[in-house]
Ligand binder design. Structure first.
Ligand code: ADP
Ligand code: MG
Length: 138
């Protein structure tokens, strides 16, 4: 089993000044940072990252949102990282997210939901490679 996952702090959360508070919760939950950057996706890059959702009704809105302001991208390490991180962030829709989860605390809506977390070990690798070269991981 892989011990890595990939996350982004999304544009809504960086714009509202939640970056530090979210990172603090991630680190306190036992994840260690293997790579991290503050960056801004172009419309094209956001479209490529979320290509798997191309056929969904919310795709255009998602791509516009994800390229609207800076994000923080990071590779995180912990035992059982993918599953534990999904638990830490909570359900996609913050109104359905469990108490204490990051989305419950910081997300405004199902679209603008503060954080991304990989849904499988395979996607964690693909998503990490989208943002980081081997020289950027420690
Ligand atoms: P998750 O991020 O929890 O893995 P999905 O992979 O299903 O959720 O969706 C990717 C992202 O697309 C979500 O995090 C959210 O930003 C956006 N999204 C998902 N469903 C909707 C929806 N019904 N309306 C608007 N945006 C959505
Ligand atoms: Mg997903």
């Amino acid at each position: 089993m892989s011990n890595l996952t990939f996350t982004m702090i999304k544009p809504d959360a960086t714009a509202k000044g939640f970056t530090g508070a979210i990172l603090d919760q991630i680190i306190k939950a036992g994840f260690s940072v293997k790579a991290m950057k503050w960056t801004k996706l172009s419309n094209e890059q956001a479209g490529e990252f979320y290509a798997v959702h191309k056929e969904r009704g919310f795709y255009k809105e998602l791509v516009e949102f994800m390229s609207s302001a800076p994000i923080v991208a990071a590779v995180l390490e912990k035992e059982n990282a993918v599953e534990d991180f999904r638990k830490l962030i909570g359900a996609t829709d913050p109104s359905k997210a469990a108490e204490g989860t990051i989305r419950k605390q910081f997300a405004a809506s199902i679209g603008e939901n503060a954080v991304h977390g990989s849904d499988s070990n395979e996607n964690a690798l693909i998503e990490s490679n989208f943002f980081f070269s081997g020289l950027e991981r420690f």
